[in-house]
Design a protein around this ligand. Structure first.
Ligand code: SAM
Ligand code: CA
Length: 255
């Protein structure tokens, strides 16, 4: 770890130029300075408190070839707490994969809570489903197989669904996030929250144009950058972009 990354007054003052370029403003320090610090969070605050069912699902997912897609354990813990803090009951998730974020949501909701969960791939959802069933929360989930946009359009035709969701988690095809936003803003209630996941997109949002990026990272990068600009400029929401996982932007509908 570079000495500029050590968060201690004496060290920072020795290397003030680098501190300024890293954080732009003196005194605003990046929270995560090393992998060791991330590991510390996981081992101290996340794994010891992770419900048994979430651990089991995390371990099943780790063996799947696309495990890179899963929500991380610290983000799962964050979502679970957030849902309790806002007393969420009626929720939606776009992008389920094996269901780690879905399970963290289902565990947070009251027994009569609901999640409309959408994914084009049912097979991966079914990998996690036995764990979700064993945890006693499967009755809260209404899984819809297929692309999310037509389902949202169908919901919008029903005026009763307008403004009815307390929380919506979007974690699917990044090139559609703005299309989702156009629809979700009418489906979430005023005071409700939409969480757009992966808004730091592997850090690529600040990569120079010629940076060597994996193909899929490069492809979706511009969509994520456009989304971030659009959310920041949208007067219908208040936002906070949080560097947990790959970045999640929370949007609270205000009008
Ligand atoms: N939230 C999940 C978790 O905690 O493991 C991770 C979701 S993964 C990053 C993205 C998912 O979006 C994939 O399972 C993929 O099949 C799904 N997906 C991609 N395009 C979609 C679409 N148009 N509609 C619904 N789901 C889609
Ligand atoms: Ca994600």
């Amino acid at each position: 770890m570079a000495s500029t990354n050590v968060q201690n007054g004496a060290d920072a003052s020795k290397d003030s130029t680098k501190q300024v370029s890293r954080h732009q403003e003196v005194g605003h320090k990046s929270l995560l300075q090393s992998d060791a610090l991330y590991q510390y969070i996981l081992e101290t605050s996340v794994y010891p408190r992770e419900p048994e069912s979430m651990r089991e699902l995390r371990e099943i997912t780790a063996k799947h070839p696309w495990n890179l897609m899963t929500t991380s354990a610290d983000e799962g813990q964050f979502l679970n707490l957030l849902l309790k803090l806002i007393n969420a009951k009626n929720t939606m998730e776009i992008g389920v994969y094996t269901g780690y974020s879905l399970l963290s949501t289902a565990l947070a909701l009251p027994d009569d809570g609901k999640i409309i969960a959408m994914d084009i791939n049912r097979e991966n959802y079914e990998l996690g489903l036995p764990v979700i069933q064993k945890a006693g929360v499967a009755h809260k989930i209404d899984f819809r197989e297929g692309p999310a946009l037509p389902v949202l359009d169908q919901m919008l035709e029903n005026k009763e669904m307008h403004g009815s969701f307390d929380f919506i988690f979007v974690d699917a095809d990044k090139d559609n996030y703005l299309n989702y936003h156009k629809r979700l803003i009418d489906l979430v209630k005023i005071g409700g929250v939409i969480g757009y996941d992966n808004t730091l997109w592997n850090g690529s949002v600040v990569a120079p144009p010629d940076a060597p990026l994996r193909k899929y990272v490069r492809y979706y990068r511009d969509f994520v950058i456009e989304l971030n600009k659009a959310l920041a400029a949208d007067p219908r929401i208040e936002i906070s972009q949080i560097p947990v996982g790959d970045g999640i932007t929370l949007c609270r509908r205000v009008s």
